[in-house]
Design a protein around this ligand. Structure first.
Ligand code: ZN
Length: 175
């Protein structure tokens, strides 16, 4: 899975009308990212995640969902994603061994590198062909984004389709 999609999915519907954040503490972020985190990095990561989710919502024409109040205007989200991606410029270095090998070097901190990697994954997804298959799962109680793997795929996973069918049935028989 594209890393930005995986990143976007670290915040989800808690099933009770709220949000559940898998990256809500410095420890959780450290464990998820493998990068020693701080409070500042946690805030920056959370901001970046809302910016990326805002771009995903825009690209997939997501309707109103429980996370809609957190979404940013397109220009603001775009600016943040591009700024984070630019904060860890890297250059290719050729090492003359047998065989010669390529190494990328940068002067970024681990935190800047993490933000840049996540932002770059989002840029690659949104600027690539997969963007046309990016979907916002329409199931009630789901706020995931996914890349469709076949033309008729409607849900991020089968259980979301089942939940939607049950909900439709409920409304038909109770409304
Ligand atoms: Zn879903």
């Amino acid at each position: 899975m594209n890393r930005a999609l995986e990143f976007a999915a670290t915040v989800r519907h808690d099933g009770h009308g709220g949000l559940e954040d898998a990256l809500s503490t410095v420890e959780a972020l450290t464990a998820w990212s493998g990068t020693p985190a701080t409070e500042d990095l946690l805030h920056a990561v959370t901001d970046l995640r809302w910016a990326i989710r805002s771009l995903f919502a825009h690209a997939s024409n997501a309707g109103p969902r429980i996370d809609t109040p957190y979404l940013r205007p397109l220009d603001e989200a775009l600016h943040l994603v591009n700024t984070r991606a630019a904060a860890a410029p890297r250059s290719a270095q050729l090492h003359w061994g047998t065989p010669p090998t390529l190494h990328y070097v940068d002067t970024a901190t681990p935190g800047e590198r993490l933000l840049a990697d996540l932002a770059t994954s989002a840029i690659e997804l949104l600027a690539g062909e997969t963007r046309d298959d990016l979907r916002a799962c329409p199931s009630p109680r789901c706020i995931r984004y996914f890349v469709r793997t076949h033309p008729k795929q409607q849900w991020c996973k089968p259980s979301c389709g089942n939940r939607a069918r049950v909900s439709r049935h409920y409304h038909r028989t109770h409304d």
